[in-house]
Design a protein around this ligand. Structure first.
Ligand SMILES: [Fe+2]
Ligand SMILES: [Fe+2]
Length: 246
């Protein structure tokens, strides 16, 4: 039996059109479908708002791991869970495990560009300042080697961006700031567990092993993520209803 409460489908009986988010298609060569969609609006056709039946239903009061189970892409989920698992197995402090779990959370179902900054902002109301800080600065520190801890420029980045890629100034500036900060090692440890391995997405990993640690380090709002009125509740709602027209 499904343990999720069934919400009545909004806009019942009509065709619901989805206009993709601009950040997902601008510059890709995909056409701007909005004019065509607007032209199709009529009696039986509306712009999608609310639950999309193509997505798994979310509970009325979603908790963090619901987003891992029902919204985030399989690749990101595996990457985050593997990163957290390895930090845990190495005996890292729980705050580091949680930072590893959350470091690429923006990539799960929201946005990729400047993912560290978006992710840090999204989780800031619910985690310690240090965890959010580590998530923000892991993005810049990924580009900057630190031989004292054996961290090299990632081979994967040479593949992603080309061997001649030079990170932009704001990244180097923020990495420099991070290197002099008291929490530097927390962000650095995130970068050290931020590797791609076992990326076989055919076998999902159950995030259950993290339930207790998440319970201690992520302040789950009683109303559910997205509905607590926090400064970032809208980001969580956007992931619950990613296809809303407005
Ligand atoms: Fe990242
Ligand atoms: Fe990562």
């Amino acid at each position: 039996m499904c343990d999720h409460p069934v919400r009545p489908l909004p806009q019942y009986g009509r065709e619901r059109l989805i206009v993709p988010a601009p950040v997902g298609w601008v510059g890709t060569g995909a056409p701007d479908v909005e004019p065509e969609m607007l032209a199709r609006l009529g009696q039986g056709t509306v712009m999608m708002m609310g639950d999309n039946p193509a997505l798994p239903p979310m509970p009325d009061r979603p908790v963090l791991l619901d987003f891992f189970r029902h919204r985030f892409g399989a690749f990101t989920v595996r990457h985050l869970l593997t990163s957290a698992r390895r930090a845990l197995d190495d005996g890292m402090e729980e705050k580091i495990v949680v930072a590893c779990l959350l470091h690429d959370i923006a990539n799960g179902c929201l946005i990729r560009s400047d993912h560290g900054y978006w992710g840090a902002q999204m989780i800031a109301p619910y985690v310690s300042e240090e965890v959010a800080w580590a998530v923000q600065y892991h993005q810049a520190l990924r580009y900057v080697p630190d031989p004292s801890v054996g961290y090299d420029y990632p081979e994967s980045y040479r593949k992603f961006f080309g061997a001649d890629f030079v990170p932009p100034d704001y990244i180097l500036r923020d990495a420099e700031h991070a290197r002099g900060h008291q929490w530097y090692m927390s962000a650095r440890l995130v970068t050290m567990y931020d590797t791609y391995f076992f990326e076989d997405v055919s076998k999902p990993i159950d995030p259950d092993f993290l339930t207790d640690i998440v319970g201690r380090h992520f302040r789950q709002p009683e109303e559910g993520l997205g509905f607590d009125g926090s400064p970032t509740a809208h980001m969580w709602r956007t992931m619950i209803w990613p296809n809303n027209f407005l």
